[in-house]
Design a protein around this ligand. Sequence first.
Ligand SMILES: *Cc1c(COP(=O)(O)O)cnc(C)c1O
Length: 387
Amino acid sequence: MDSVQTAGYFGEFGGSFIPPELQEVMDYLTEQFEKYKNDPEFVQEFQYYLREYVGRENPLTYAQHLTEKLGGAKIYLKREDLNHTGSHKINNVLGQILLAKRMGAKRIIAETGAGQHGVATATVCAMFDMDCTIYMGAEDTRRQALNVFRMELLGAKVVAVDKGQGRLKDAVDEALGDLVQNYRNTFYLLGSAVGPHPFPTMVKHFQSVISEESKRQIMEKEGRLPTAVLACAGGGSNAIGSFAHYIDEPSVRLIGVEPDQAPTLSEGVPGILHGFKCLVLLDENGEPRKTYSIAAGLDYPGIGPEHSHLKTSGRAEYYTVTNEEVLNAFQVLSKTEGIIPALESAHAVAYALKLAPELSRDDILIVNLSGRGDKDVEQVFHMLQNQ
Ligand SMILES: *Cc1c(COP(=O)(O)O)cnc(C)c1O
């Protein structure tokens, strides 16, 4: 293959499997992203807003009490939970909106399932005075009425999609239809390291700030690299961002953690989903399996193409944890460190609780705390009552 055909591939995964009219839009986006990503003014602007608006750099906190309680590896937490809007998602949203502005787009569209990506998008659109339309399945708008209100409060228009089952997939289809019609003035802002090229590469680029910081911070604090970096994996954006600067450091283990009810990397097979090739969970009829996770952000039957490659090539390891382990981790981190993690992030914490005692006191774990748990407190309250 020549360099054009290999662009956007990670081993056999990735690429772009979409209709010709969408391919034209993706080709243009790829060209513009390549043009600006290393442009000094663009980089400076991105860094300015990461600092002044998102609140970076965020700390790499030594979890002293958790470490002492477990009696093994030293645990550090990368604090994406302290970002404005409470998760890593804003890093990517900010990067893509700055690119959209350079491309002359006046209008941002995005899809959202539970609403987290929609809220992050509406937030940054408000700050940059960009017209913002969020597509959301009608069923999801009923279940997440407060997030719909949040987005509207931030000035976004929320379109409830009635077609199909009224879920995320139907919202994606509507958003893509909008993009094909309006691509001259509209930018589609994708929320995870998935989708056709260039999205997985672009989202990784903007999320790599996580490991750029953590690597510098761990060298300052410990003078050496960590034994392992752990992150939860839904579509895979916080995980790929926290792995990025360690992929070429073979001594560092890369560990992705997923729910046992959506075990894409543990049980998935190569297939095409939403316009790209990745490991995918299929049911007995060969259709994408219906997944369920107590953490809305991890409820996806596919995974980013680079994770699919990191898994099959053996560079990264992926494990599942149970709901019970996640609920336990949610409470343990809250009690030992005074930090309530997002249910998504609690998956990574849950695996760290198992791994740390098996390692020595000379080992170091970096756990990516992708988000804060305020949004999940009510849900956990009900789950614990019903136990
Ligand atoms: C959305 C979300 C995730 C999952 O998305 P990835 O693309 O896999 O990172 C994880 N944690 C939090 C807090 C989220 O909001």
